[in-house]
Design a protein around this ligand. Sequence first.
Ligand SMILES: NC(=O)C1=CN([C@@H]2O[C@H](COP(=O)(O)OP(=O)(O)OC[C@H]3O[C@@H](n4cnc5c(N)ncnc54)[C@H](OP(=O)(O)O)[C@@H]3O)[C@@H](O)[C@H]2O)C=CC1
Ligand SMILES: O=C(O)[C@@H]1CCC=N1
Length: 267
Amino acid sequence: MSQRIAILGAGVMGETLLAAILGQGHPVGDLVISEKRDERAAELRETYGVEVTGNAEAVTGADTILIVVKPQDVPSLLTEIAANVDASSTVVSLAAGILIETIEAALPAGVAVVRAMPNTPALVGEGMFGISPGASCSDGQLVAVSALLESGGKVVVVDESQQDAVTAVSGSGPAYVFYLAEAMIAGGIDAGLDEATARTLAAQTLVGAAKLLAESDETADELRRRVTSPNGTTAAAIATFDDNGVKDALIAGVKAAAARSAELSKP
Ligand SMILES: NC(=O)C1=CN([C@@H]2O[C@H](COP(=O)(O)OP(=O)(O)OC[C@H]3O[C@@H](n4cnc5c(N)ncnc54)[C@H](OP(=O)(O)O)[C@@H]3O)[C@@H](O)[C@H]2O)C=CC1
Ligand SMILES: O=C(O)[C@@H]1CCC=N1
């Protein structure tokens, strides 16, 4: 049975989800994306062959509605679509910090709501999604949302109370890794490499280390120690990081992201 999917918001994450869902083999005719700007709408039609409309039109008759606008734009969006959302629809919000109860209160009673936190590696099929069901979401609806998002990567189900932490670790996390990559590339250039070579070395090192972490039973700490020969090069680097409080600063950064996510949840 065909499932009509509406994506509301055609920014970085909206386009990422569109590409991932199409990549999973969903017929383009089952999808619709909303966009106000004519130029952007034309670009989306041309690139993906997808239907582009306004929000109210997009949600009409949609089985699954993905909300992918900025958190501050969610309340007005909900007001705009509420009358056109069918009670049998599943609404998935990917907006950081927006509570399930806020969405449920703005939509017709009984609409199934799922809060999801994605990340941008979904663009290459290696995303991470933390999802939380609302009170009206059945097990079957949650499984269907999970299967849809798996088009972009892995999915874990968490209690909504953990969403600020999920946001801080995996939602914002790719930015921390790119920050590390920036530093590895800059350090490599200072040490004598050209930029392209430094980028290749850094990128493949991050891919390889991430794969090792994902596939190994060892802790991150154990894996790090296995790279670190006594009195060797890695020991010199780690000692310098520790002297400069790098790990403490990163932990503080993750906590700041969680705190900001919690702040975004406040009315
Ligand atoms: N980017 C990321 O890594 C992640 C993002 N998210 C969440 O995803 C959501 C979107 O983020 P992101 O894609 O980065 O942001 P963007 O700003 O790139 O995209 C948001 C899009 O929504 C559009 N928009 C704004 N208001 C409306 C409206 N009323 N109807 C339809 N479209 C509208 C904007 O258009 P215009 O620019 O014209 O206003 C813009 O194209 C956020 O809530 C964020 O918290 C979550 C995890 C990771
Ligand atoms: O920075 C943000 O607020 C969004 C949520 C997680 C990643 N990007």
